[in-house]
Design a binder for this molecule. Structure first.
Ligand SMILES: Nc1nc2c(ncn2[C@@H]2O[C@H](COP(=O)(O)OP(=O)(O)O)[C@@H](O)[C@H]2O)c(=O)[nH]1
Ligand SMILES: [Mg+2]
Length: 405
């Protein structure tokens, strides 16, 4: 099965499912004007009575299938701006340079750099494309589409030591420290994470460690109420390390599974930030060995290369274990994900795809490239299928231009 076909089946459902669903829908809604049935707005697999066992449960396979499709839909919606940009640019390139040559590769490099993919990553990616094109004897740019997308995933996987998986374990107090400059989305992300872990059945607590910015404590409390988790706080201006200390003790005595700590985002003065973060980490580490288990750096995708330099600064002052890339929905330059991964060697653990509670999703390179190229992937697969099995055109051959009998 081709790479595109595998992605399409995984994230948007196989055509077999789709056809069954469409038949079902038609039966349900009688005759309906189906002219404007939008191919791009596929819904996740629908369950039928036969999919449930006698206990009313669905199989793990069905569950995973639905989950993948929901994830595909989320990434597709969140990356809409980037997708429009990427697909349009790539289509233009392919139309302009029909033959695979140096001019094409140079234009492709330029396009990817403009999309925030990052210089070194672009050089590596395009170099590998050159080799692959030569090895597979690809001479038409049209035939490079799939290779380009496949290479993006491959490049992402190269950095093996970096895993997207969170270091969270059952049976212990897990501590997550959220860091990043003002306005990148730390507090919002904490709310979304709390919602996610709580709905997974975990006992979650939040610590209002941003005691510096006016309103920050209140903002976290609002999230706590919305999600239904407890927030430990002290008054504005108090020592964040003291907030953490109290929060950890409370978390221990209440047998909390996951404690998520908010922090202030001052980067203007690096040595201050370093001292503050160091102290916070020390206090946490003393109370819970090995903690914080995760130090997540929040970066705002819409700030482009600026996000990269923020990451470099934070990496200098604290041991960042993962990135949360927020506001991917707000940028057309979704290539920043690749730059972060390849130039900083820190895994992207979550991405923010919108402002709703469930718009924070675990990062995964395949759902990412699906979101980035979904229409192109679907169109490509459909065309390949048509070539493999042309539709019966008997009606047309017989000159029947309409269905009237
Ligand atoms: N569109 C969008 N907005 C986001 C996302 N994450 C955060 N925001 C917004 O970014 C703004 C700043 O967020 P906040 O959590 O206060 O940032 P903090 O200063 O780092 O704590 C808020 O208006 C959030 O709604 C996201 O993934 N998508
Ligand atoms: Mg905040």
């Amino acid at each position: 099965m081709s790479f595109f076909k595998r992605l399409k089946n995984k994230f948007s459902g196989s055509d077999e499912n789709q056809q069954q669903d469409e038949q079902l829908e038609q039966l349900e809604t009688e005759q309906n004007s189906d002219e404007d049935k939008d191919k791009t707005s596929k819904k996740p697999k629908k369950l039928k009575e036969a999919d449930f066992d006698e206990d009313g449960l669905i199989s793990i396979e069905d569950f995973e299938e639905i989950e993948a499709q929901q994830l595909g839909a989320k990434f597709k919606a969140g990356l809409e701006k980037s997708r429009e940009n990427f697909q349009e640019q790539l289509n233009n390139l392919i139309a302009r340079y029909r033959k695979v040559d140096e001019d094409f590769f140079e234009a492709l490099e330029e396009m990817l750099i403009t999309a925030d993919v990052g210089f070194n990553t672009v050089m590596q990616l395009v170099e590998e494309l050159r080799e692959e094109a030569q090895r597979r004897n690809i001479s038409e740019t049209e035939d490079l589409r799939e290779v380009i997308v496949e290479k993006i995933v491959e490049i992402y996987h190269q950095d093996e030591e970096n895993s997207e998986v969170m270091d969270l374990e059952d049976g212990r107090l897990n501590v997550i420290l959220m860091v990043g400059v003002n306005g990148v989305g730390k507090t919002t992300t904490i709310g979304k994470l709390a919602h996610r872990y709580k709905s997974e059945g975990k006992k979650v607590m939040l610590a209002a460690g941003d005691t510096f910015r006016a309103g920050a404590i209140e903002q976290l409390k609002v999230w706590g109420e919305r999600v239904g988790v407890e927030v430990m706080s002290q008054s504005e201006g108090s020592d964040p390390a003291a907030v953490m200390y109290d929060a950890i003790n409370a978390a221990k005595s209440k047998e909390v599974d996951i404690l998520i700590c908010d922090t202030a985002g001052r980067l203007q003065n690096k040595s201050n930030l370093m001292n503050e973060l160091e102290k916070v980490k020390r206090v946490i580490g003393r109370a819970v060995p090995e903690a914080p288990h995760e130090v997540l750096l929040c970066l705002d995708a819409t700030t482009g290369q600026n996000a990269l330099s923020q990451a470099k600064s934070f990496k200098e002052v604290t041991n960042v274990t993962g990135i949360v890339l927020t506001k991917l929905d707000g940028t057309a330059k979704g290539g920043i994900v690749l730059a972060i991964r390849n130039e900083l060697h820190i895994p992207v653990k979550y991405v923010g795809l919108g402002e709703k509670l469930d718009d924070l999703q675990p990062f995964n390179p395949e759902s990412y490239v699906y979101g980035l190229f979904a229409d192109m992937i679907e169109q490509n697969v459909d065309e390949a299928d048509e070539i493999a099995a042309p539709k019966s055109e008997d009606d047309d051959l017989e000159g029947n231009s309409n269905e009237s009998k």
